[in-house]
Every structure is written in C-alpha cells, then in structure tokens.
Design a protein around this ligand. Structure first.
Ligand SMILES: [Ca+2]
Length: 321
C-alpha cells in the first residue's frame, strides 16, 4: 500500500472511531440522522447533562416544544431547541452533533404524539404504561428591550432575575419563578420612570410625543399604569415642587380626569371625584361643557384646566407601587 493510501485509511479509521464513541449506543443506520460538528444556537430551552445520545432523543421526543437537539460528547450534554435546524441556523461547532427530531420515529415519539401535550409540558408514562402530560418548563418570559434577563434555565421551580438598562427602573418585581402550571410569577418591567423618595408611585412625563387624551391613557395603561391621578398628594408633588417647570415641547400635559358629555362633574381614573372646590383648578376652571378631559395647562402654571379631549398634549403616566 502506498503511504498516501495508508494515511487515508488511518484517517477514516480515526473518524469512524470518533463517531463510534460519540454515538456508540445508536445503531449505525441512524448515524445519518446527525449533522456532525454542527450545532443550533437558537431556541435553546433546556440543557441536560450526563445522558446518552439516545436518552437525548427521548427527552426531545417527549416535549412538543422540542424540534431539534445538540449533543455534546465531552459533557454528555443534551441541549433541546424549539427550532428545527436549517442551513440558516446551524453553525460549525467542534465536539457537537445536531439532529432534527423529525428524523426520529422513536417509540416515545409515537406514544407522546397521541397524548397531545401542550408546549411546556413533557409526556410521561406511569408503571402501568398510561401516559400523561406534566409541565416541566416555562417559556422564556417576554421582556422589553430595556430589560436584561439574567439566567437561562426555564425549568419548573427555577428563578430568573431582571436587570434594567441605564435610565430605566424596575416597575414591579425583579425576580420571577416558573410555577408548576408552566407560567411565571408576575415579573416587573424596566421602564423610563422616576420613583421619587417617600412617594408611593413612579411616573414619567411625556413631552415629545403629543397625543389625544384617549391615546395618552392607552399608552400609560399599556405600561401597566394610568394617566396621573389628579389628587391632593400627587398635585403637591408636581405643582408645589415645580416638577414640570423644565418640560413643555407639547405644551400641556393630560392627566387622569374626565367628565361625562354634558356636566362638569369630573372624576379621576382611580374613581375619586374632583370637586369644583379642589384647590388645584386654575381660576375660572372648569368652564366649557364640551371640554371633558383634564390637563395641566402650561400657561396656567400647570394648574388644572378642562379641555377638548381631541387636542394633542403631552401626558404624565403614573404607576402605584
Ligand atoms: Ca377649560
């Protein structure tokens, strides 16, 4: 045999022994189901260590969420992904193999398919062979772009924490736990709010994007709060402390108070009435009966004015802690 041929034979032997140790408990006919030295980097939702490649096939087969998996030889590590591997999302990864679960017609796959488990559930079999579905993982929580999620384990019982990007604060809780029903406990969000000392609320003033009263209220509610409640304490904070003096690109600010169409009986978004005697009305306000929404009017030193709700104003959102 020529030297070159010997080298090729040795290489082939080496390569096949590498495959053999990697997937020794998997029939050779199934080896074509793997992409060697490839891995998927998207959609990973669970890692399990110290299991065999066949057990990894089983773990993926038992979860409707699992579309493909990586197997890492060195750590006997199994990484489940909610994405199927394609030419676009597979990368070169030394020491890994990747496989799409669609390739496998395992007993577990057939058994679990009939149970129709939900995403987040795992199909299990009891001693008598009956199957059922239990929640084992939560989905990755939805967070906004200002929120950094710390931790990447989504198993039932595990906890995650959030960290806010500069200029934003956590509104609500900064940790969450994956419950046995596959949902997270309520997790806070990072928003560009200010939480003043000794007040029971956080707020933000919007003076660049001007909106109608209803649009402004929708915006505040979508952030988990409401328009600023026009009550004594809040006014003392904003007016007496002159918190608004540096703002004004939109002019005035919508706040959370309105009246019905014909009378000037104003109520706040939290349900308290705002009597004519309230000391934060500007002189002579409220006046016209077609002005059904409340604003802090810039030219009135940000005292209360009723105005037509279609006007475009800035606004103040408030979230009680
Ligand atoms: Ca008015």
């Amino acid at each position: 045999m020529e030297k070159g041929n010997i080298a090729i034979v040795l290489l082939l032997l080496l390569f096949s022994s590498f495959r053999q140790t990697l997937l020794q408990d998997i029939p050779f006919s199934d080896h074509c189901k793997f992409s060697f030295t490839r891995c998927i980097t998207t959609g990973q939702f669970k890692k399990i260590y110290n299991i065999s490649p066949l057990e990894c096939v089983t773990e993926c087969s038992r979860r409707p969420k699992c579309q493909s998996f990586n197997y890492k030889q060195r750590f006997h590590g199994c990484e489940l992904s909610s994405d199927a591997g394609t030419e676009n999302n597979l990368r070169d990864c030394i020491g890994f193999v990747h496989s799409n679960i669609e390739e496998w017609n395992s007993e577990w796959r057939k058994f679990c398919k009939s149970l129709n488990c939900s995403v987040g559930q795992t199909c299990v079999k009891d001693k008598t062979g009956n199957g059922s579905c239990i929640y084992t993982e939560c989905d990755r929580p939805d967070v906004n772009s200002d929120t950094v999620l710390l931790g990447n384990v989504y198993d039932v019982g595990s906890r995650l924490k959030i960290q806010c990007k500069e200029g934003t604060v956590v509104i609500g809780k900064d940790t969450t736990k994956c419950l046995e029903n596959g949902t997270w406990t309520p997790l806070g969000r990072c928003l560009n709010y200010i939480c003043p000392n000794q007040m029971n609320f956080c707020y933000r003033t919007e003076s660049r994007v001007c909106k109608t009263w209803t649009e402004a209220r929708d915006t505040c509610q979508s952030e988990g709060g409401d328009l600023m409640n026009p009550d004594e304490d809040t006014f003392q904070f904003f007016i007496d402390k002159a918190e608004l003096q540096n703002y004004g690109q939109c002019g005035s600010f919508w706040v959370g108070g309105y009246s019905n169409k014909t009378e000037l009986n104003f109520v706040s978004v939290r349900g308290n009435s705002i009597p004519m005697s309230f000391r934060y009305w500007f002189y002579g306000q409220p006046d016209l009966s077609n002005e059904n929404c409340l604003e802090l009017q810039q030219s009135y030193g940000y005292y209360l004015n009723n105005y037509v709700c279609d006007k475009q104003d800035g606004f103040i959102c408030q979230i009680y802690q």
